[in-house]
Design a protein around this ligand. Structure first.
Ligand code: ADP
Ligand code: MG
Length: 728
């Protein structure tokens, strides 16, 4: 065994759980390090407080003079909490969070110094951001980027730094981050949904999109993780034979949480409480050493920030517990991968969940309006929705035989399927203003009863209705939810705008009554959206055939999937809503394609290195042992030695075969990579990495994994799957 592997196993076996003391109630800890309403009331003058609240609730601008007051209060609060620095905290298109700390400390001459934090520092900063991905935006416009305060997500203290959530944009206004388009999409859906809500309730002034993410992850002992160059450099194992026992016994799911993992979770949850991240649920997932964490849902922008912050926090807390967190969607072949279910709904300022079925016919018509419009939006934009979750790592789930498939479909359950069928058949024939509405509203009135036992669930669906929300399950565990949330909220916003136009047209031009008009448009939508509804097994081969017949896309790889981002239709949709202009859409496409190529490039390099520097030399070493053995047997037994050396001779030959395959394929891999790198066109480059470079990984891995089975365990240099997955 290599010293590294040996020491790593030894170290991990001697780990003790870190004891976590919890003296305070969590409700008391909650939000302690957040500049929330309570803190603002205490540290801000009344008009400053009201101006922030107005910005949060109504999107009004905060005056510069008021910003000075706010920053002063924020600074005082932060200093009482032990903060020494502040930072604009943002989410560039790398997917991670970015921060650059500045001290409050300032000299004022005469050898004196003070703590200072002015309104201008709060409102706007100009980080030297030339190294963040921008898809050519900054080159094109020769403009620099700046960060600007997002008052809708409260500032918080992380360590000893006051973090101010910000957007990151070019001076010319183009978004360079995840948050900006998300905020625009949330504004778009707010406007569109409020307009539709007015049909039902004139008091609705604001609609918030909500998000409750469920974060899956793996915990691997840090010594073991760091003994694997592939985990360190790519976040996943590029090779490794599956262990004799994996997840086939289903003994990990919801099982009792291992002690070390639990103390990590408690520590993490305490930190989450302080930062106002309302985490609630924790449990074991399907695969060994795989877990899930879920919060109480929140307004989507805040929830996205919380998820980004959480992922950063998890890394840091894991360090204290000698764990490495793997967020990769598929860290281990042959066992379950990780996702991040995005539970999504729409809620009004009057406290109504628009995707929660109501008790009266009227509120049910409202529910059906939002329910059916969402289905129609997904139906019309399934390819764009697929693109919103595309990444090299998520391809391992979506494109492979794992949940959910790359085909987007919507699951609504038996009862709602029946309701839609009934509604569709209430009357046949053309729309007419003379149609009676009573019957229809009766049908609508049936819904609350049938929904009470809405327990059926289909775990294979990428987009499922679960009682009072939709659950977008195809989002990657590693992804920033903003991407998926921007697209989902945009397509539903666009759909609601179109819906309102159609309804108004029927009312104004055909003199239809409002409920009639709404109902008639919805019925047409039910007919038009049938293709996207699927209740069966999403993993099955039959569905792939059926989906193809229906004309649904099945984009298995990221380069294929991303095309939908820059289709005429998508560009127009984002442009119309003011979410992204053409330049921004195209820049994002380019960044994501580039990132894809880079990920595969790095994986290819790492795999080539490990195969050549770790695996082949080990195989040769073992082969030499066998050769020595055969030589010895020959010495003893003379010409009849083969009788005693049959197994050894076979092994020698097999090993040579695998070495030859590895050698030839790694050489091919290097050549294909060179060719791909020489391509200037990012489109071609990403496709080549996908179709010519990536397939070679499997061939190399196959031989390496076979060698793992053949070579003496004592010699094997890489920590094995059973050690990575089952060490507690
Ligand atoms: P599971 O899918 O594991 O069975 P649940 O469906 O009960 O779990 O809840 C998952 C997540 O859905 C939680 O984070 C919860 O806060 C969130 N959720 C519940 N209601 C809503 C809503 N109206 N909008 C967004 N998320 C919601
Ligand atoms: Mg769920």
């Amino acid at each position: 065994m290599s010293t590294l592997r040996f020491n790593a196993i030894k170290e991990s076996l001697h780990r003790k759980p870190v004891y976590i003391e919890e003296n305070d109630r969590r409700s008391e800890l909650f939000g302690k390090n957040v500049f929330n309403e309570a803190a603002m009331r205490q540290f801000l003058a009344k008009d400053a407080y009201e101006s922030v609240m107005d910005a949060v609730q109504n999107g009004t601008k905060i005056e510069r003079v008021v910003a000075d007051h706010i920053s002063a209060g924020m600074k005082e609060w932060a200093i009482t909490k032990g903060a020494t620095h502040y930072t604009h905290w943002f989410q560039p298109l790398t997917g991670a969070t970015a921060e650059k700390h500045d001290s409050f400390f300032e000299t004022i001459g005469g050898g004196l110094a003070i703590e200072k934090f002015g309104g201008s520092q709060l409102v706007q900063q100009e980080p030297d951001a030339s190294s963040f991905p921008n898809g050519g935006i900054r080159n094109t416009f020769e403009a620099r980027g700046y960060t600007a305060w997002d008052p809708t997500s409260p500032a918080f203290i992380y360590g000893t730094t006051l973090c101010i959530p910000t957007v990151f944009v070019a001076y010319t206004g183009e978004a360079l981050d995840y948050k900006t388009p998300l905020l625009r999409a949330l504004q778009a859906i707010d406007n569109a949904a409020v307009a539709v809500c007015k049909y039902f309730d004139k008091n609705v002034k604001k609609v918030n999109a909500s998000l409750g993410w469920e974060q899956e992850y793996f915990l691997v002992d840090s010594a073991l993780a760091y003994s694997r160059p592939d985990i360190v450099l790519t976040g996943r194992t590029l090779l490794g034979h599956s262990p004799a026992k994996g997840q086939q016994l289903d003994d990990h799911y919801f099982g009792s949480i291992p002690v070390r993992a639990l103390s990590f979770m408690r520590d993490l949850e305490t930190e989450c409480m302080l930062l106002g991240i309302p985490v609630k649920t924790r449990h074991n997932e399907v695969a060994p050493n795989q877990f899930e964490l879920a919060p109480i849902y929140d307004e989507a922008n805040l929830a996205v920030d919380h998820n980004s912050l959480l992922m950063d926090l998890m890394d840091k807390v894991a360090d204290r517990h000698n764990f490495k967190v793997l967020f990769h969607e598929k860290p281990f072949a042959g066992v379950n991968g990780s996702g991040k279910h995005n539970n999504w709904s729409l809620g009004t300022n009057t406290g109504v969940n628009l995707l929660g079925p109501g008790k009266t016919p009227m509120s049910n018509l409202q529910f059906l309006t939002f329910f059916i419009n969402t289905i129609k939006a997904v139906n019309d934009n399934e390819e764009l929705l697929r693109a919103s979750i595309a990444s090299a790592s998520n391809d391992h789930r979506l494109g492979a035989n794992e949940a959910p498939p790359a085909i987007i479909s919507v699951f609504i359950g038996d009862q709602l399927t029946n309701v839609l069928n009934e509604l569709e058949n209430v009357t046949t024939g053309k729309l007419s203003p003379q149609e009676k509405t009573d019957l229809k509203l009766n049908v609508v009135g049936k819904i609350p009863d049938v929904l009470l036992d809405n327990t059926d669930r289909n775990r294979t669906s990428p987009f499922a209705f679960t009682g009072n929300k939709f659950e977008f399950r195809a989002v990657g565990s590693k992804a920033n939810c903003a991407n998926a949330m921007t697209v989902l909220n945009s397509i539903v916003a666009k759909q609601l705008i179109d819906f309102k136009k159609e309804v108004d047209l029927l009312i104004d031009k055909k003199g239809m009554k409002k409920d009639d008009a709404i109902f008639n448009v919805l019925r047409e939508y039910i007919k038009k959206s049938k293709n996207i509804l699927f209740e069966g097994n999403g993993y099955g081969e039959a569905w792939h055939k059926e989906a193809k017949k229906r004309g649904l896309s099945n984009n298995k790889t990221t380069p294929e999937a991303l095309k939908a981002r820059i289709s005429k239709k998508s560009l127009a949709l984002f442009e119309e809503l003011g979410v992204m202009n053409k330049v921004e859409s195209e820049a994002r496409y380019e960044i994501e394609m580039e990132e894809y190529a880079l990920r595969i490039q790095i994986e290819g390099r790492v795999l080539g290195d490990i195969a050549r520097n770790h695996i082949v030399p080990t195989a040769v070493k073992y082969q030499n042992v066998l050769i020595e053995n055969v030589k010895g047997l020959k010495e003893i037994y003379g010409s009849s030695y083969k009788k005693y050396a049959a197994e050894q001779l076979n092994l020698i030959e097999e090993i040579s075969g695998h070495i030859a395959t590895i050698n030839a394929t790694v050489t091919k891999l290097i050549n294909e990579r060179r060719k791909a790198n020489a391509l200037m066109d990012i489109d071609k480059k990403a496709h080549d990495y996908c179709n010519k470079v990536k397939p070679l990984f499997d061939e190399i891995r196959y031989s390496c994994d076979k060698l793992e089975l053949l070579v003496d365990d004592e010699l094997w240099p890489l920590t094995k799957y059973r050690e990575l997955l089952f060490t507690r």
